[in-house]
Design a binder for this molecule. Structure first.
Ligand SMILES: C[S@@+](CC[C@H](N)C(=O)[O-])C[C@H]1O[C@@H](n2cnc3c(N)ncnc32)[C@H](O)[C@@H]1O
Length: 261
């Protein structure tokens, strides 16, 4: 049967439909942070590696390339929590959950939000440990996925601070959140360079309560050196090495416990 709609109108409708589809696709892509970053080529590049680990590592480009390749092959980079890309070593996430249960924090300060998966995980666990507990998560870039922002528990419990975790204004905002809180736990998972972690340790250590922890992640390179210097001069803290019971821990000497005021 011949359609009564003229050919030019049918063509116009088809074009409109196609543009609506492509607009919807680009809106969806813009709303969700770029999942294409999972493309193996992205992490294979030395500059990207240095963006995450800093440049003060003292390694040759060849060695960095090898580490970047190993990082790229790690299954950790494929982890998702509730469908949200989350860069956590499962065994360390487990230890963090145990520490949360023991400390029962009123506030968790997390440096390094990324897509928002880890703060969503901490929020859900915290709800069952200390229903009034809150989370402040900090990132120099807002890369949170829409589904991370829209989770009811995240809306209720998590405050996002945009800026560098060592920027005095950001530190002051975090300190304000910590004011009057009895038990404060700090997680450092932002830029993993010696200089940055040293500055984070200096800024956030005074906010941590006795019996609680600063947990430094991805320690093998720069952070480890920063931790050694920190422990040398801060006798109120010790590295709680019994927390490193999993051989694949990414927080070697990174479970730092405050043992006195
Ligand atoms: C390893 S990812 C964090 C992973 C996240 N905690 C998770 O479990 O999914 C590191 C994050 O630190 C952020 N970052 C880099 N430099 C920073 C800085 N100076 N201050 C705060 N965040 C920073 C990056 O933008 C990135 O999102």
């Amino acid at each position: 049967m011949k359609s009564s709609v003229p050919i030019y109108r049918r063509l116009t409708l088809a074009l409109l439909f196609a543009s609506a589809l492509s607009l919807a696709a680009s809106i969806a892509l813009a709303a969700e942070p770029d999942q294409r970053a999972l493309d193996p080529e992205v992490l294979k590049d030395v500059a990207t590696y240095e963006k995450a680990m800093g440049t003060d590592h003292g390694l040759t480009p060849d060695k960095i390339q090898k580490l970047a390749n190993a990082m790229n092959e790690s299954p950790v980079f494929k982890n998702k929590f509730l469908g949200i890309w989350t860069v956590q070593t499962p065994s360390d996430a487990w230890i963090i959950m145990e520490i949360m249960h023991e400390v029962k924090p009123d506030l968790i300060i997390e440096a390094g939000t990324f897509h928002g998966g880890s703060s969503a995980l901490w929020a859900i666990i915290l709800e069952h440990i200390n229903p009034d507990g809150r989370i402040v998560t900090i990132d120099i870039e807002d890369q949170r996925e829409r589904k991370a922002k829209e989770l009811p528990i995240v809306k209720e419990k998590v405050d996002f601070l945009l800026g560098s975790s060592t920027d005095p204004k950001v530190v002051a905002q975090a300190r304000k959140h910590a004011e009057g809180k009895k038990r404060v736990l700090v997680l450092l998972d932002s830029l993993h360079s010696k200089k940055h972690v040293a500055a984070e340790l200096e800024a956030y250590a005074p906010m941590v309560s006795v019996g609680s922890y600063i947990i430094v992640q991805d320690t093998p390179l720069g952070p480890k050196a920063a931790i050694d210097d920190f422990l040398e001069t801060n006798k109120s803290y010790i590295a709680d090495r019994k927390r490193e019971r999993y051989p694949d821990t990414n927080s070697v000497r990174g479970y730092i416990k405050r043992i006195k005021p």
